[in-house]
Ligand binder design. Structure first.
Ligand code: UDP
Length: 233
């Protein structure tokens, strides 16, 4: 089942369902986009029609964040739980798939890969930082395709990563590409996740804003999101 939130269809599923869905996509082999939608992304899709279309063409859009889960439930959908990008990725590590890490500042994806191997036994097929020009893209794509990766993680920020995946889907021969935002920074230990109690209290967004004051401006999107969802009911 899908929950339509501000015109974006978000899948109503648990973490286990999401992991099973990725396995299914890998079996099908058809290159597919997976997105993890938090309130910020849904707000952006409200004004960025291209992003909205891309999200609605995705093989799976998971409910990333307390805001998305709240919105779905408020609109009357049976949304079981939050399926955050970082958590989905670490769950997928344990399934033995081969990953390619594409994104973040130079050096970060390598450290993230090393840490993921040590901590989660992740299999890494290759890495590439997320700063490049159009001329670099053919080489980046051939590196990804030659790596033998089954899952491509793209951390270029929203909506760049979703647009990049969508525009290159026909050239990629990797079954699953997931937009993962700042996940490599988290895996590399550059950005800390909120303590468990804050995640449980649905306050991870507050923690991130406090830790990265540059992000605080983004918080204004949250009350707007709540207002728009309530109004759309
Ligand atoms: N980034 C990148 N290339 C760019 C712009 C950004 O690789 O051209 C990376 C940046 O280094 C960071 C991630 O994209 O690792 C964006 O992280 P953020 O937490 O802002 O993600 P979002 O909130 O957009 O999901």
């Amino acid at each position: 089942m899908k929950a339509e939130i501000l015109g974006v269809n978000v899948d109503c599923l648990t973490m286990n369902d999401a992991v099973a869905k990725v396995a299914e996509i890998i079996l099908n082999k058809k290159p597919s986009l997976v997105a993890t939608a938090n309130a910020e992304m849904l707000m952006l899709a409200n004004s960025d029609i291209e992003l909205k279309k891309i999200l609605n063409s995705a093989a799976m859009v998971t409910p990333d964040g307390a805001g998305t889960v709240w919105a779905a439930r408020h609109l009357g959908y049976d949304m079981p739980e939050r399926v955050a990008g970082v958590d989905l990725v670490t769950n997928l590590f344990s399934k033995g798939y081969k990953f390619y890490f594409f994104g973040a500042a130079p050096g970060v994806a390598e450290i993230a890969a090393e840490n993921s191997q040590k901590k989660y036994n992740a299999k890494i097929a290759g890495t590439r930082n997320g700063f490049f020009s159009v001329e670099d893209e053919p080489k980046i794509i051939s590196d990804i395709n030659n790596s033998g990766a089954e899952i491509l993680l793209v951390g270029l920020g929203v909506p760049k990563q979703e647009k990049w995946i969508f525009n290159n889907l026909s050239k990629l021969n990797v079954p699953v590409s997931i937009g993962v935002g700042g996940t490599f920074d988290v895996l590399a230990g550059k950005v800390k996740r909120a303590p468990r109690w804050m995640q449980r209290a649905k306050l991870e967004w507050l923690f991130r804003a406090l830790l990265q004051p540059s992000r605080a401006g983004r918080l204004v999107a949250l009350p707007k999101f709540v207002y728009n969802v309530v109004k759309s009911k």
